[in-house]
Design a protein around this ligand. Sequence first.
Ligand code: ATP
Ligand code: MG
Length: 774
Amino acid sequence: MTTTTDFLSHLNPSQRQAVEHYCGPLLVVAGAGSGKTRALTYRIANLILKHRVDPENILAVTFTNKAAREMKERIQKLFAEQLAMKEHGQRFDLLTEYQQMQLRSQVYKTTIKNLWCGTFHSLFSRILRFDIEKYVDEKGRKWNRNFSIFDESDVQTVIKDIVNKQLNLDDKKFDARSVRYAISNAKNQGFSPQEFEREQPNYRGRVISQVYSCYQDRLAENNALDFDDLILIPTRLFQQNEQVLGYWHRKFCHILVDEYQDTNRTQYDLIRLLVTNGEESKSEWEWRNRSVFVVGDADQSIYSFRMADFTILLEFQNDFGDGLPDADTRSMVKLEENYRSCENILQAANELIENNTQRIDKILKPTRGAGEQIYCHKADNELEEADFVINQIQTLENQNPEVNWGNFAILYRTNAQSRPFEELLVRNRIPYTVVGGMKFYDRKEIKDVIAYLRAINNPSDTVSLLRVINTPRRGIGKTTIDALVNASQQLGTTLWEILSDETSVNTLAGRATKAVNNFAAMISRWQEQVATLPVTEVLQGILEDSGYVQDLMNQGTDEATDRVQNVQELYNAALQFQEENEEISLRDFLSSAALSSDLDNLKEGQTAVSLMTLHSSKGLEFPVVFLVGLEQGLFPGYRSLSDPASLEEERRLCYVGITRAQERLYLSFARERRLYGSREPAMRSQFLDELPEELLATQRKSYQTYTKSASATRGQQQTKQNWQVGDRVLHKTFGIGEITHVFGEGNKVSVAIKFSNLGQKIIDPRVAQLQKVD
Ligand SMILES: Nc1ncnc2c1ncn2[C@@H]1O[C@H](COP(=O)(O)OP(=O)(O)OP(=O)(O)O)[C@@H](O)[C@H]1O
Ligand SMILES: [Mg+2]
């Protein structure tokens, strides 16, 4: 008979030490692929199985929704295996399908559904659905439980409106994007508009703080929150209200955080408040039956542009170990074996990251064989690079029966790089997903339908009402809408209060009176029914009543048919949501929709090539990885070339990319690239030069075939000017340097020169009047 802790045999001794840790703080630091996430997952299982912790008392924070789902699936599997032995005396995989299904559903009901496991945003939006009514902001404003979550495009709409109409600012100087970024930064640092204004030394900053203040007014008027609020407001609420904090502190006795190196200050504040109940430190006694367990790798900290701060990880032991004897030795575990990547890949990653100065040295030992060499491909341009990658994918897929499309990932620095790969994948009929690209929930038709649901759920949500009031067209024109909006602004009421009052509508809406009244009556009707009907019925009902789908069908174009299918897919999502969740009200569905991304659609074992930015690839692994666009100015990015700290961040990003690969890694760069419109010569990334040469193979054969076809389309190759790699040259400003690359042909030639103090620069020799020196 198997015991309940048998699953611990899947762990090495250090992982086991981490998993079996029960009370107090514990930090697990280790390099990529060393089983940190596995340790965290198993620890949850161990808390429940061995220490009999109620799943409701566990809070597990992951970096993506996909990671949360995977974690829950793993735990479900572990538990089902345990139950199989206990109830049937058999291994799970030997049971009948029916028995397996029964066990899984039993585990789901008793454990998984009660576990609080998700991203910071999803977990804390759930907490706000309980408690936001107890929160009061600095101006005394309140929100109710049905709050809407504004996504990026809602936020941009609101900001544009404030800049252009409310404050009459020049939208070139105060473009919505940069203003939004500044406001988001302020929020991530925990500043209210007033606090932010006090920090501003100049005119621009003060104007932005004014926009911030108006923006907060709008959010409050709409009973809405943005993504940053989902973190900031719980922090404030916890600081404001001891009882609320006390409740959640008592509830979550065990808190676990994955990817802790990418936590920002406000997220950290939240965790700290929950762990300590707002007290300075905890004595040994107070840690009884309580723990905080975080795992991370400072070398994989890649979100500093979102204010992530890996010193939070480095300070963990001081932060939470205060008041404990020998906190230093007791509260940290290091993992040193890498289980993911073949030795060559791992060695390349290790050598690369050693070039960073800001790091703590750590050991990462291979457990797998050397594997293949890393292939480095030099392409003529971005099209030929894509050609190379897709060819390799096809060849590997054809040659190996056990390989499927899901084994491949193409990773790039910026989203804009995906297009040539996508085009070739489509042309070759290879299934693929773009992770984190155009999100399903960003599509127009989905946003329209969601806006209907949001307006029903939260009638104060003017942004949503305005989106659907005349979609599909029902004869409510701009003049009527303006009149209604103006009236609401002048009276200081919500738009809905005007719309739902027939007398006001009759006075204001002119010829559109009937249409407006019908629209308002339709929304009210569904508002009344929402409490008693499942989401799917509300959705179907509003789609019929509003004529939205009918209108699309009448259009009869391919595009409209696509849109109808997407709306159908949303219905499927609602259905799935109802089947999977306990809390199935419309507001919960809207929260989950607002927080999902395409990353969620990538299911385990799915057979499609994955395309994503390096940032989205964190925590994932693939047998074959193509890391493309390794060029100076692209990766590392242009701005980081003159800023050592951000160069180190780019290097960490490269480390993340390399360590996603399990068996094969391909690196590529192009000599010339068209990006954002213009075609520019490019130079191989310095990161390539930082990798051990003996591990790299250049694919001569395929390189030659590809260059042949590419140059054939361009016509005869012209001879280069007499500049050659290795030439020593004198530049009138930068002094003497050595040519490392020659780009372009004929009179379009440019050269890369390495200057001893300045690094490499690309220069047009004619403009710079370069002179050769001996
Ligand atoms: N003790 C072990 N024995 C065998 N395989 C293991 C062990 N621990 C982890 N693995 C496997 O190694 C791979 C990497 O594990 P995991 O994703 O947990 O690493 P990680 O440290 O979280 O990586 P990252 O830093 O990229 O997030 C996974 O496929 C996992 O199943
Ligand atoms: Mg991990």
